[in-house]
Ligand binder design. Structure first.
Ligand code: AMP
Length: 165
């Protein structure tokens, strides 16, 4: 089995409910289960700062599936939850990103793992550090704790409480 780290984000409607529902769907992915979820964090939208603020979390999915199959299931959940792909960086009910897949490094046309934005995003690094500060980013060869300290991103997100999961 592999531990996949999945980033969740929502900035439309009942954001917490979209994240909770997405996690319930993730737990129903075949040969997989959600074993941990970080706290919720409120963050500035990346890219277009005129859109509403995001609620973010990171979930740990233990899976026997391939990374391609996991991504396929995540995209299916996005569709089911009614994500309308209006704008690339625009608002969305739910956004699911495959951040890490164990220590695998994958460069495929439709799948880049680790997710290429991980090291720039406080809303990914802060919940990752909460889950496991010693987790090593397999492309950069340093821990997520190191990345967060080095980039001084800690103040860029607001803690919004522990998750019920
Ligand atoms: P986005 O608009 O950011 O949700 O982009 C989703 C698209 O990015 C999907 O169609 C994926 O094929 C592609 N993609 C590549 N690598 C990843 C990844 N690690 N996690 C999620 N989507 C990815």
């Amino acid at each position: 089995v592999t531990r996949a780290y999945v980033g969740l984000g929502s900035n439309l409607g009942d954001r917490e409910r979209f994240i909770r529902t997405a996690i319930e769907h993730m737990n129903r992915i075949p040969e997989s289960s959600v074993i941990r979820v970080s706290s919720l964090y409120d963050s500035e939208p990346a890219g277009d700062s005129t859109q509403p603020r995001y609620l973010n979390a990171v979930a740990v999915l233990e899976t026997e599936l391939s990374p391609e199959r996991v991504l396929w299931n995540l995209l299916l959940i996005e569709k089911r939850l009614g994500r309308e792909r209006v704008k690339r960086w625009g608002p969305r009910q739910i956004d699911l990103d495959l951040l890490f897949f164990g220590d695998r490094v994958i460069e495929e046309p439709d799948l880049t793992v680790p997710h290429p934005e991980v090291e720039h995003r406080a809303f990914v690094l802060v919940p990752m550090v909460e889950l496991d500060p010693t987790f090593v980013h397999p492309r950069l060869g340093v821990t997520v704790g190191h990345l967060l300290r080095e980039r001084k991103l800690l103040s860029a997100v607001r803690w919004k409480g522990r998750f019920w999961y």
